[in-house]
Write a protein that binds this ligand. Structure first.
Ligand SMILES: NC(=O)c1ccc[n+]([C@@H]2O[C@H](COP(=O)([O-])OP(=O)(O)OC[C@H]3O[C@@H](n4cnc5c(N)ncnc54)[C@H](OP(=O)(O)O)[C@@H]3O)[C@@H](O)[C@H]2O)c1
Length: 348
C-alpha cells in the first residue's frame, strides 16, 4: 500500500521560507498543503509559485483551516515561540528554524510542550545533514583522527540581508546576530565534540562597525572548553565578501581541514573540499553530492518526512536547539561582562 505524503504547513515565505517551500514541493514524500505569509505581496508570490497550496495570512487561520502533519516555521526569530506553541497545541509536529527561540526558558517551554503533546521537534541546524560537514562527524566517529581536542569553525561573509520589514537589523526581533549564523557553528562544534560531554566554560568577543547598533556584532569570536581540556573556537566576520567557511578539527591521531566558498551562501555551484590527515597520510575526500545550505535543506525536509513517519530522529532536536541558542546567549553575556563564564547548569 502506498504511503500517503506528509502534509506540511509552512509559516513564512521570505528568502529562506521560499527555499523551504520548494524543497517540500520537490520531496516525493511531502505535500505542501498550506503557506502563511502576512503581506499580500508574499501571499501572491506564494500562490503563483505553489498554486496547489492553500494560502493564509495568519498561522492560526492555517492551523484551524488546513489538515497538517507538520508545521514548518521560517519566520523572523522573535515569532518562533508563539507559532511553535500554537502548532504544538494544534497537534502538529514541528520543524522550527534556528534560533528555536530568543531565550533559553522559551526553548525549554517548546521542548516541554512537544513532549507533553507527544509531537516531534526538529530544529533547523541543517549543516548536520551536509555531505561535507557531516562527513567530518563520520570521520571523527570512525576514530580516524583519534579523540578530537580542537575545533575551529570560521566564516567570513558579506553583511546580512535586512529581512522582511528590516527585522534582522532590529535587536528586539532578531535577538542578536550571534543567534543568526554563529549559532550553526556552535551546533557543529558541539556535535563534533560530543564525545567530551557538555561544555563547561565560554569566553567571547564581539565588535560592531556601526555606533547606531553597538549590540549587533559584525565581528564575533567565542571559545568554549570541555572538562577534558578539549575546546572549540567559533568565529565570524560580516565585514567581508562572498561566503567562505572553514572547519578545522585536530585530534590525538590526526586532523581535518575543510573549506566551502561561494559567491553567496545559497549558490548552487560552490567550491568545497575536505582533507583528512591520519597515519602520516593526507587524503582528499571525494564528494558525489554538493555541499551547501540549499542542498542540506532538501535533506532536512526528507529527514522530517521520515521523522513524522517514525522512521528517523531529527538531525537536531529540541535539546540541540536549546544548547546552540544557550551558548549564543552566554556568549553575548560574556561580551557584556568581559570575562569567561561557566556554562553551568543553565544549559544542562
Ligand atoms: N537554517 C538556516 O540556514 C537559515 C537560513 C536563513 C534564515 N533562517 C531563519 O529563518 C527565519 C526566516 O528568515 P528569512 O531570511 O527567510 O527572513 P525573511 O526573508 O525576512 O522572511 C520572513 C518571512 O516571515 C513572514 N512573517 C513575518 N512575521 C510573521 C508572522 N508573525 N507570521 C507568519 N509569517 C510571518 C514574512 O512575511 P511577509 O513576507 O509577508 O512580510 C516573510 O515571509 C529566521 O528565523 C532565520 O534565522 C535560517
Amino acid at each position: 500500500m502506498a504511503t500517503s505524503p506528509v502534509r506540511f504547513g509552512l509559516v513564512g515565505f521570505g528568502a529562506w521560507g521560499q527555499h523551504h517551500a520548494q524543497s517540500i514541493a520537490d520531496d516525493p514524500g511531502a505535500e505542501l498543503v498550506a503557506i502563511t505569509a502576512p503581506s499580500a505581496a508574499s501571499r501572491a508570490e506564494a500562490a503563483r509559485l505553489h498554486p496547489r497550496a492553500r494560502i493564509f495570512a495568519d498561522h492560526r487561520a492555517m492551523l484551524a483551516g488546513a489538515t497538517l502533519d507538520l508545521v514548518d516555521v521560517v519566520t523572523p526569530s522573535h515569532t518562533h515561540l508563539e507559532i511553535a506553541r500554537d502548532a504544538l497545541h494544534a497537534g502538529c509536529h514541528l520543524l522550527l528554524e534556528k534560533p528555536m527561540a530568543l531565550r533559553v526558558e522559551d526553548c525549554r517551554e517548546i521542548i516541554a510542550l512537544a513532549a507533553q503533546r507527544g509531537r516531534q521537534l526538529a530544529v533547523g541546524h541543517e549543516l548536520r545533514l551536509s555531505a561535507q560537514w557531516g562527513e567530518i562527524k563520520r570521520v571523527i566517529d570512525r576514530g580516524v583522527i583519534g579523540e578530537p581536542q580542537y575545533v575551529l569553525v570560521e566564516l567570513s561573509r558579506k553583511p546580512y540581508r535586512l529581512g522582511a520589514s528590516g527585522w534582522r537589523y532590529d535587536q528586539k526581533r532578531v535577538g542578536s546576530w550571534v543567534l543568526e549564523e554563529p549559532i550553526h557553528f556552535f551546533d557543529l562544534a558541539r556535535w563534533y565534540l560530543s564525545g567530551a560531554g557538555d561544555p563547561v566554560e565560554l569566553y567571547a568577543y564581539g565588535k560592531s562597525r556601526d555606533p547606531q547598533r553597538p549590540e549587533l556584532y559584525d565581528h564575533f569570536s567565542a571559545m568554549f572548553r570541555y572538562g577534558n581540556g578539549a575546546y572549540a573556537v567559533v568565529s565570524q566576520t560580516l565585514a567581508a565578501f562572498e561566503h567562505h567557511q572553514t572547519v578545522k578539527v585536530a585530534g590525538t591521531k590526526g586532523a581535518v581541514w575543510a573549506g566551502w566558498s561561494g559567491a553567496a551562501d545559497r549558490t548552487l555551484q560552490p567550491t568545497f573540499f575536505l582533507k583528512v590527515f591520519a597515519d602520516e597520510k593526507l587524503e582528499d575526500v571525494r564528494f558525489v553530492q554538493q555541499s551547501g545550505e540549499v542542498f542540506e535543506l532538501r535533506a532536512q525536509i526528507a529527514r522530517c518526512v521520515q521523522m513524522v513517519r517514525g522512521e528517523a530522529r531529527p538531525a537536531a532536536d529540541g535539546r540541540d536547539g536549546l544548547w546552540s541558542a544557550g551558548l549564543c546567549l552566554l556568549a553575548e553575556e560574556s561580551i557584556r561582562q568581559g570575562r569567561p563564564l561557566p556554562v553551568g547548569e543553565m544549559l544542562a
